[in-house]
Design a binder for this molecule. Structure first.
Ligand SMILES: *[C@@H]1O[C@H](CO)[C@@H](O)[C@H](O)[C@H]1NC(C)=O
Length: 205
């Protein structure tokens, strides 16, 4: 297909499946037959999962590059519902954020959340595994016609991740046949501007 038609299709499926770690969309698009069958962490508990996470790796996306310093802050709003605040720095240095919520949909599958952002279709947020204190291997996959669109957010509690933890977190994808070879590292660390301050400072009057 022509590249402009491909781009149009890509943008369409991006909108459909923008479960959105960020304002920008990072995904892997391929013409595989179907999404891999994955299972989520069976005893997932969103309480110790809450707080601040840094995006360490994600699927590369040739269409939108240049955002960095991605973070996610999760806080319980009510039973089974957490707020989601995603922040990032755009290529031109602009700070960007998006707020939404994530809801556990079934007690039988506590690691399967549905993420909602205003003005966007809801999306799956599948916690394949996490140890709560070092890493979380998060995944989402959808199909649109002949396309399979995968999202992956390998999250860490720190701005850097040891190779040992990285290998463990990656194995949570590869065990289900997810191809992690096109994961790319997210820029984190001293070159980043991190906002807001977290833990949130107490409100002042
Ligand atoms: C998020 O962005 C909005 C404007 O787009 C801004 O008003 C708000 O302060 C930002 N929040 C944070 C935490 O940066």
């Amino acid at each position: 297909m022509s590249s402009s038609r491909f781009l149009a299709t890509f943008l369409f499926v991006s909108v459909v499946f923008a479960t959105g770690s960020q304002a920008a969309v990072f995904s892997r698009i391929s013409q595989k037959a179907a999404c891999p069958v994955v299972t989520t962490k069976p005893d997932f508990d969103y309480i110790p999962y809450a707080g601040l996470w840094y995006e360490i790796e994600r699927f590369e996306n040739v269409f939108q590059q240049g955002t960095s310093c991605e973070r996610a802050i999760y806080e319980e709003i009510s039973t089974g519902v957490v707020s989601v605040l995603n922040t990032a720095v755009l290529a031109d240095g602009t700070l960007t954020n998006i707020t939404g919520s994530a809801t556990a949909i079934s007690p039988e599958e506590p690691g399967h959340l549905i993420v909602s952002f205003p003005g966007r279709p809801d999306g799956d947020y599948l916690v394949l595994d996490t140890d709560y204190t070092n890493y979380a291997s998060v995944y989402s996959c959808g199909t649109a016609g002949a396309f399979v669109l995968e999202y992956a957010w390998l999250l860490g509690r720190e701005q850097t991740m040891t190779q040992e933890i990285m290998d463990l977190a990656l194995s949570k994808y590869t065990q289900f046949g997810v191809d992690v070879s096109t994961f790319q590292m997210t820029t984190q660390g001293p070159t980043c501007e991190y906002f807001p301050e977290y833990p949130f400072p107490p409100a002042s009057n």
